[in-house]
Structure formats: C-alpha cells, structure tokens
Ligand binder design. Structure first.
Ligand code: KG4
Ligand code: ZN
Length: 364
C-alpha cells in the first residue's frame, strides 16, 4: 500500500528527557528527521543519583510547550500541515507519560489530526528503519537503563521476545557499579571512561548465565561481586577504580557475546530463509565502545548486518516516537483520544512477564 508523504509530530516524556520532533515519511517508506529537540533533566536528578519521578513530571510540564513549538518551527511546519500527532503512551513513569500524551491529545483534538499512542519500546525498535532500508524480520537487542531484551521484530506492532533480563537492566547495572565506585550518574559513560585506564584481568567477576541454552540475562550477581570486591579493598585508589571498571566491562562484554550467539541461533531457527539478518542494537548502552566491538565481531562471525543508530537516536528522543507513529499511521493503526497511559506495556504481549522486565517506574 503506497501513501503520500506524511509529517508527524512526536512527543517523548516517559522518563527524564523532554523531547519533541517532526519526521517525514515518504511514499516509499523512507524517513527524514525535520527537527529533533531533547532537553535532558540530568542536572535536576544528579544530586539524587537517579531519576526522581515528581521532579521529572514537573520538568516535563515546564518545558514541553516550548520544545514542541521549537520542533515545529525548526521543521518549518504549522500544526495544520501535520498528518498525525504521536506521543509515548508508555511504558514509563506515569506522571511524565501523562504530560506528553495529554499534550498530544490536545493538539490532535484542536487540529483534527489522528492520535498515535506509541509504545516507547516500539520507538526504539523501529528507529533503524528511519535511518536505513531495513526489512522485517530483524533481530533487536535493546539495552537501556530500564530494559535489556532480545526481540524478533516481525513487523510494526508484531514482536516476539526471545530473551530478557531476569533482574537488573544492563544500563542499571552500569549505574549501580558506578555508584559503588563513587562515580557520578549516569554511570555508563563514567565506567567506560575509567575502564580505559584499567586492567580487565585484575578481578575475576562472574559471567552470569554464560553457556545457558536460552538468551536471558542476569546482572545482579555481577553487581554483588563488584560490591564484595569494593568492600574487600576498603579504600579505593584511582587504579582500583579503573581496574574494577575494566574487569566489570570485560565480564559484561563476554556475557553479551555469549547471549547474542544464542539469540542469533534462535532467530535463524525462526526465520531460516533470511540469509543475512539485520541486528539492531538500541538503547543508551549501545553507545559503549567495548560492546560495539563485541557486536562487530559477532556480526562478522554470524553473518549479520549490524546497525547501531547514532548515540543521539539510541538514547531517548522524540524522533523515534514520531517515526513509530508514522509507521503506524501508514498501516491505519490510529488511536482513540481516550487511550490511557500505561506504566507497563511489554512489546510482546503474548509472553508472560519475567521478573524484572518492564519494571514499574524504570527507564525504558
Ligand atoms: O536509552 P537510555 O538513554 O535511557 C533509557 O534507559 O531509556 O539509556 C540510559 C542508560 C543509563 O543506564 C546509562 O548509564 C547507560 O544507558 N549508558 C551507558 C553508556 N552511555 C549510556 N552504558 C555503558 N556505556 C556507555 N557508554
Ligand atoms: Zn528508552
């Protein structure tokens, strides 16, 4: 089914980024970002070492109007020229989701445009198709502060979960390890920076679930091992911190490589006709260079086409929400103005939740 080009406004407020963007989807399904503005609330939350829901919701209320106006201005469009209004409707912090979704409903109602209530995880999952010509089905590894999962993306709205974390998300593990070592929030970039000066062989941290036949993850034991090491060391020297970061990253890299090998096998078993499957890695942790090397090696070894979106589109943003909205609109999947925000909303609803996945209030 071909369509005329569409222009979609996207709004993202599910965690600690307030974001608005406009994307264009042409008749051939190719995407273009016309504007993409993000306001991070990092400074507001940093003193607390994590995201504080009430502060997040209040900051969304203060900034969203201005960001939407800026996104529209940069795109050079009026609301009349939009073909739809998309907003994250979950999963995430309910207070924040409500702010963005309500704003989208108001714009849709005032200008008589379709509303697209987007699953934030679907935003991450479809970003690759905004950037490149990627056919369904493909393998998605989502590694963020709130989610760590393998999905087969069969189509828009059609997901099959292969594996997930049974406790902490990978980004959360980076953040907790950073906290144990006295580093700032968010922890991932700090751990990565210190690891560069460290010895990855100094501490023999566990490789959780390595060798298992499924492709689930677990990071709480690894985090505990780091905590025990920190306690044993007592006062930490700069070299101790660097070595702990490097050893932690080495354990994560080896674990992810092992879990990925199983996920690829599962994907190939499900779709034997796909010769060179695409592997899309999304979420903030995808910015980690050590993990990027793991993905590149795995792509070579398993014959995959690797796509890691640029960091700006891997971390939370509204272009991915606008794009998911555009893909949904092209299929006629529009939503009613009564659509309710959802704190929990797994992509693959056919599967039972696993403890720890899609946790209430977690970053997505
Ligand atoms: O996708 P994201 O921006 O937000 C959501 O969780 O939705 O991901 C944030 C997570 C944080 O836990 C952060 O510590 C982690 O991504 N992260 C990293 C790196 N950059 C961000 N983890 C490891 N290495 C990095 N370079
Ligand atoms: Zn996210």
């Amino acid at each position: 089914m071909e369509h005329a080009p569409t222009h979609i406004l996207g709004i993202e407020t599910s965690c600690d980024e307030t974001a608005a963007a406009v994307v264009r989807r042409d008749a051939l399904g190719r995407g273009e970002i016309l504007s993409n503005v993000v306001l991070s609330q990092l400074e507001e939350h940093a003193p607390y070492g994590g995201v504080v829901p009430e502060i997040a919701a209040r900051a969304h209320v203060s900034h969203l109007d201005g960001l939407v106006a800026q996104a529209m201005k940069e795109a050079g469009l009026s609301c009349e020229q939009l073909d739809g209004v998309a907003a994250t409707a979950g999963p995430g912090l309910l207070g924040g989701v409500l702010v963005g979704l309500t704003m989208a409903k108001a714009i849709a109602l005032a200008h008589q445009k379709p509303l697209l209530a987007v699953n934030h995880l679907e935003g991450h999952a479809l970003t690759a198709r905004l950037l490149a010509d990627v056919e369904f089905p493909y393998l998605l590894l989502l590694i963020s502060g709130g989610h760590t999962q393998f999905q087969i993306v069969e189509g828009v709205g059609r997901y099959h979960r292969l594996g997930t974390t049974i406790d902490d998300a990978l980004g959360e593990a980076f953040d907790k390890v950073a906290k144990l070592l006295g580093l700032g929030y968010p922890g991932g970039p700090q751990v990565e920076a210190h690891a560069r000066r460290g010895n990855p062989a100094r501490f023999a941290f566990p490789r959780p679930l390595k060798g298992r036949k499924d492709c689930n993850f677990s990071f709480s034991g690894l985090k505990t091992a780091v905590r025990e090491t920190v306690n044993d060391l007592g006062t930490l020297s700069a070299q101790d911190v660097a070595d702990a970061c490097a050893s932690f990253e080495a354990a994560v890299a080896e674990t992810v490589a092992d879990r990925l090998a199983v996920a690829v096998q599962m994907f190939r078993a499900a779709h034997p006709a796909v010769e060179r499957p695409a592997l899309i890695v999304a979420g903030g942790v995808a910015a980690n260079q050590k993990l990027k090397a793991v993905f590149e090696q795995a792509a070579g070894r398993h014959g995959l086409r690797l796509i890691v979106p640029p960091a700006k589109l891997c971390t939370d943003n509204a272009a991915m929400i606008a794009w998911a909205g555009a893909e949904r609109l092209a299929l006629g999947l529009v939503d009613d103005l009564s659509f309710a925000a959802r704190a929990r909303w797994p992509l693959d609803q056919a599967q039972a939740p696993v403890y720890g996945s899609g946790k209430l209030g977690a970053k997505a």
